[in-house]
Design a protein around this ligand. Structure first.
Ligand code: PGA
Length: 255
């Protein structure tokens, strides 16, 4: 089967509501029927979700919207948190989980992420699960084993029955926001192994359907190299997703 590529923009903690609306408008204006072969996703901060959704919906845009984080309970006394019910209602069809910035800066564990994956799946939101190794782990030549363990821990007990139940993003921590990308060979090695792991955890059929993205300093200059790798089905883009002129050329490499 052929997997439809997915190019996702992780806006992180950038863009006021006015700026986010402006960027959503610019992207929506450019994404016409010529982009039918690729799924495009933007993940703005929580405070921008409503206005980005309204902008994309008004334009009947093909661009999907996702969040950058979620809490796994449905409601209750969890000051400062946002539930999957709220994300669903506001128009999110995806949510990033397990980003290394959340793991590193906010102490999220594989167990927390496992609960988040389950909560999202049970509300029909596709989890975009990030895994990736530190520079130290790569230098110790333990990257593949580390990523397998991380993937298994985050997915343990979480069923995946269809392509939309899960997207995995391989994001080596040393490549995020640094300008140092993994080589296409390094990225393909890991993404190929993630697919094998998914075949073992679920089934070869499911592994063939689930999209695996690469993320970490992807830009218009290197995206085509990743797009050519057999197990890389798109990108998770940080810095270059904040400017339509930088994001769209990356999308073009995958369509
Ligand atoms: P980057 O970020 O493209 O700026 O390296 C990627 C990410 O953190 O998802």
């Amino acid at each position: 089967m052929t997997r439809k590529p997915l190019v996702a923009g992780n806006w992180k903690m950038n863009k006021t509501t006015a700026e986010a609306t402006d960027l959503a408008q610019q992207l929506s204006y450019r994404v016409d029927q010529a982009y039918e072969g690729v799924d495009i996703l933007v993940c703005p901060p929580f405070t921008d979700l409503r206005s980005v959704y309204v902008t994309l919906d008004f334009d009947k845009s093909r661009i999907a919207m996702g969040a950058q984080n979620v809490y796994f309970e449905e409601s209750g006394a969890y000051t400062g948190e946002i539930s999957p019910v709220m994300l669903k209602e506001i128009g999110c069809s995806y949510c990033i989980v397990g980003h290394s910035e959340r793991r590193g800066l906010f102490n999220e564990t594989n167990d927390d992420i496992n609960h988040k994956v389950r909560a999202l799946q049970s509300h029909g939101i596709t989890p975009l699960l990030c895994v990736g190794e530190s520079l130290q782990i790569r230098q110790q030549r333990n990257a593949l084993e580390f990523i397998s363990d991380e993937l298994r821990a985050c997915l343990l007990g979480n069923p995946v029955a269809a392509a939309d139940d899960l997207v995995v993003a391989y994001e080596p921590i040393w490549a995020i926001g640094t300008g140092h990308t993994a080589t296409p060979e390094q990225a393909q090695d890991v993404c190929g192994q993630i697919r094998e792991d998914l075949a073992n955890i679920y089934s070869p059929e499911i592994a063939e359907q689930v999209r695996i993205l690469y993320g970490g300093s992807m830009n218009e200059g290197n995206a085509a190299l990743f797009a050519a790798c057999p197990d890389i089905d798109g990108g998770l883009i940080g810095g270059a997703s904040l400017d339509a002129n930088k994001f769209m050329p990356i999308v073009d490499c995958f369509r």
